[in-house]
Design a protein around this ligand. Sequence first.
Ligand SMILES: NC(=O)c1ccc[n+]([C@@H]2O[C@H](COP(=O)([O-])OP(=O)(O)OC[C@H]3O[C@@H](n4cnc5c(N)ncnc54)[C@H](O)[C@@H]3O)[C@@H](O)[C@H]2O)c1
Length: 337
Amino acid sequence: MFSRSASRTLSQARQFSSSASRQTKVTVLGAGGGIGQPLSLLLKLDPHVTRLNLYDIRGAPGVAADVSHIDSASEVTGFAADKLDEAIDGADVVIVPAGVPRKPGMTRDDLFSTNASVLRDLASAIVRVAPKANLCIITNPVNSLVPIASRVYEKAGVYDPKRIFGISTLDVVRATRFLASVTGNDPADTPVTVVGGHSGETIVPLFSQSSYGKGVTGEAYKKLVHRVQFGGDEVVQAKAGAGSATLSMAYAGAKFANTLFRGLAGEKGVITPTFIRSPLYVDQGVEYFASNVELGPNGVEKIHPVGPISAEEEELLKAALVGLKSNIEKGYKFIEA
Ligand SMILES: NC(=O)c1ccc[n+]([C@@H]2O[C@H](COP(=O)([O-])OP(=O)(O)OC[C@H]3O[C@@H](n4cnc5c(N)ncnc54)[C@H](O)[C@@H]3O)[C@@H](O)[C@H]2O)c1
């Protein structure tokens, strides 16, 4: 069926994936939810994943039984509500979409009171069972929950800021897609870096750094920025009470996870924006910030600065830093109360 050269390439790929890449044990917490289910499906398709543990307070064994029939190499196990520790045990990467999503009219910050407790409790279990795992936080509000998780690790004396990530990839995916809608180009040719945080005005797309994006100006530029910052609302409104982005978020979560897996497997030059503990704006009281980060075997290997930006982006960044400072303080206040 395959030509000789195609089958050689295929067998080389298999060889590579069975040695270098196929080695990541992954746990999803919140695997029964709107994001958790398609994310689990996409992780099952990722050749880096050898073991996929699915946990939720309801429904994870069913999702696991379903996903486990897919003909890829990883082993999938579902864990019931009282089996959290077993689900996390031995994980290299823990991905968390557990918690409640937005309804129309809500901001991500409105989710704080419920999701802060969920994240604190899950982080406490991870710290106890797999403190060296790389933790990817999808649950909102990301800007406050990454500081909360970090404090949980700090209090337990196992904090490694290089291994805790807030997932802002959906903003990158949206910025890239929405820019392509304006310019008419293939999104693959128009990657956009997004810095700051993951909510409203803290989301700062750097269109000036994109060869296509820098041509968008005036009203079109303003509309584009607004759409990236508030694109999540389009989904929340269209779903009319049934939740927020799940499919595009699952795609974005799997995309980030694949980037992380490649970095952990030793691939060089793996760079993506993510919300982490960052020195970039500490002098302005902002201890966590999303910017391009090089990933590697130790998680974050190098934090890239924002780089040259336009006057408009300077203004966006100023507003983002104000928002971030208060989101981060809110997280700290919760965990220190
Ligand atoms: N980072 C992003 O870009 C982004 C994008 C979209 C949504 N989100 C956030 O992701 C989260 C999940 O969204 P969703 O649409 O999947 O919601 P959902 O309600 O469909 O699913 C959440 C799941 O979490 C489970 N859960 C709740 N508490 C738990 C706990 N203590 N332990 C384990 N599981 C628990 C629920 O049982 C449910 O299955 C929300 O907070 C949402 O705001 C983030």
